[in-house]
Design a protein around this ligand. Sequence first.
Ligand SMILES: [Zn+2]
Ligand SMILES: [Zn+2]
Length: 384
Amino acid sequence: MSTTTARAIVCSEPGADHIPGTNWQLQDISVPIELKDGELLVEMVASGICHTDLITGSLPPGMPGVQYPRVVGHEGSGYVKAVGPNVTKDVKAGDPVLLSFDYCGQCESCQRGHPAYCAAFFPMNLFGVADVFKSKDGSQGIAGKHFGHSSFASLSVVNQTTVLPAKDLVKSKEELQLFAPLGCGLQTGAGAILNMAKPDKKDRVMVLGLGGVGLAAVMAAKICECEQIIAVDRVKSRIEMSKELGATHGFDTTGVEDLTAAFKEVTGGLGPTVVLDTTGFLPIVQASYDSLGSRGCFVWIGANMDPAYTLNISIGTFMTNGTRMLGCMEGDSVPHEFIPQLIKYYREGKFPIEKIAKYYKAEEFKRALHESHTGESIKPIITW
Ligand SMILES: [Zn+2]
Ligand SMILES: [Zn+2]
């Protein structure tokens, strides 16, 4: 089979510590140029690093569906290099594209317009497909199509379902790079507010965790002109940034003993009416849930797969308060509708993602991971 060479961040089998990134290396890989039905070759210009890459790129090797070596990355943008057979998307070689998550298009959720809840979401997105790539000498298969596209490669084989044609959306290569993270983290945070919680001006919105997802939610709450937008973290620089993006209150959890009381106090004793958790950190989740005001809506984004992770819910209070709880996947977005809407907000100055983006060359990816971990970088974007 004809192939070409590309560079990719390849995850090898993780060590016993499963520390994300320690098993990742930048290397040359072999990419097929003969495409299958519905596939495109995309020359990547940028790949946002999302927390899910850190989790999925260091999962224990024995887990069903997990294969090594593999290429992850699921926020990508680039130019179409080649279009395979039976591609129905309106794209040709040279066109800019944004990449998002994959879905089957057939299940009930997909048919009813909610692809983020696709019945096949996990296998299609988190596990990827074996042997999409090969090592440079061709001796070893490398899994790809993480979220249908594996954006951590300078050239990748992508499913057309993940492709958003962008020739009418972007004005330059620089914009294409900036918009890469719209495909997951930013649409998740913004969608949690705009598509799911749908607050009005009277709502008191509390966002827990101020990474890219949380800060996108802050920007979206500002778009909804919510009366109070409380941004919660323990990293001072992120709290400062949240205020620049529209938070009316910054809340530092450092040293706070009774978080429930403090969350109520900051909302004038009534409690927040929307809580959006991106931390997955149980003490904060429980405290914020307990502080919810009347008809409060709790949106879950922060993943925590620990079986010991349970939330105490009083059924009586849940009912009489009219509490709503929503599980958030990708902000319940339909990417080809929602991403253009976010770009429109960006152009109106209402979604200033350039303030949270930080660029790193592919060879600097370890620094990007480190600075993301320390809080120095909010939305790291790898450029190719
Ligand atoms: Zn589906
Ligand atoms: Zn993601």
